[in-house]
Design a protein around this ligand. Sequence first.
Ligand code: UD1
Ligand code: UDP
Length: 355
Amino acid sequence: MDVLSVVGARPQFIKAFVVSRELRATHDEVLVHTGQHYDEELSDIFFEELGIPEPDYDLGIGSESHATQTARMMIGLEEVVEEYAPDILLCYGDTNSTLAAAIVASKFDLELAHVEAGLRSFNRGMPEEINRILTDHASDILFAPSERAVDHLQSEGITEKVYNVGDVMYDSLLWAREEAKNRSTIREDLGVANEEYLLATVHRPRNTDDRERLKTIITSLAIDQRRVVFPAHPRTIDRLKRYDLLAMTEEELTLIDPVSYLDFVSLQAGAEVIVTDSGGIQKEAFFLDVPCITLREETEWPETIEAGGNLLVGADAGAIREALANPPQLSSNSEPYGDGTASKKIVEVLNKSSE
Ligand code: UD1
Ligand code: UDP
C-alpha cells in the first residue's frame, strides 16, 4: 500500500505526525507539504520538535488569494500523484491544502481518505466549512472523530466506509502532555510558572479582518487583572499593525510569536482560562480540562459546549467579560472524541482497505 499524505498548515502537522508515526512502522509513506504555512514558527518548528520526516515534496505555494492558492496547490499535487501513483491519498482537516488534495485525488484512480471527516459548523461563511463539505463528498474513506460527525455524513447521504475512530488530536495531545513536562520551559521563560494567567489566540478572518471585533477582543482581554499570554498568528500581527492596535496590544498583553506544540500544550495546561477562536485549541482545552471561552458564534466541536467546559461568546465585550468572571466548567466526563487511539485505528482501516 503506497500512501501519499498531504499537509500544509500548522494544525495538520500536529494531526499528521501521530498517524505518520503509526503508518511508517509498517508502510512507506510519501509526504507532501503544500507550503501553505512557511514561517519557521508555523512550519519547521513542528517538523523538528515532533520528529516529522522531511517532506518528500515541498510545493512551496505560500500565501495567495484562496482561488490562486488552491489552484497552484492542485497543479503541484497533480504532478506528484502522476509521478508517485499512490494507492491512497490521506488528507487532514479543512484547510485549502485539504481541499486541493481532495479535488486532485478524486480525478485519479486512487482512494481518498479524509481524517476529521463529518465536522460541521453550519456556517457556510467560513472557508473551512466549504472545504470540509467538498472534501467529505469527494472522499472514499472517511475517518470521523465522533458519533455526531458520523451522523452529519449520514444526513448528507455518505454512509459507505465511514469510521468513527475518535480524534487524532487526542492522540497527539496525550503524547505531548507528558513530553512537555520534560521538554518545555516556556512557563519559566515567560515567568508565568506560578502565576494565574490567561492564554489567548485569535486568527479567524471574522475576528482579524474586522477592526472593531479585533479591538473589542483585545480590550476585553486587557481589562482582566490577570496576565494574558497571547501567541499571535502572523495574520493577526498584520491586522494589528494595519489597524494601529499593535502598540496597545503590546502594552496590555504578553504578545509573543507563535510557539512550538510542546510549548503551547504546556501553556494550555498551566492556564487558568483559554480564550480562542481556534478549532483545535477548543478541543485541547477540553482534553486538559481548562475552561475555554470561544470567540465565535458557532463551533464544529459542540460536544465541548455540551460537556460544560466551553462557551461561545463571539466578539461581544459583555459576554467575554462575564465569561472571564465565571469561566465555564466541565461538568461531564464524557469522551465524545474516542480514547486516544485514533491513529492506530486509521492505519488498521487503511491496511484492510488495501487487502
Ligand atoms: C489557515 C486555514 C485555517 C486554519 C489556520 C491554522 C484555510 C482557508 N485556512 O488559516 O483553517 O485554522 O490555517 O493556523 O486554509 N502567513 C504568514 N506566514 C505563514 C503563513 C501565513 O505570514 O507561514 C500570513 C499571510 O499573510 C497569509 C495569512 O497569514 O496571507 C493567512 O494565511 P493562510 O494560510 O491563508 O490562512 P490562515 O489564516 O493561516
Ligand atoms: N498551536 C501551537 N502553537 C501556537 C498556537 C497553537 O502549536 O502558538 C497548536 C495548538 O496546540 C493546536 C493547533 O496549533 O494543536 C491549532 O492550530 P490553529 O489554531 O492554528 O488552527 P485550527 O485548529 O483553528 O485550524
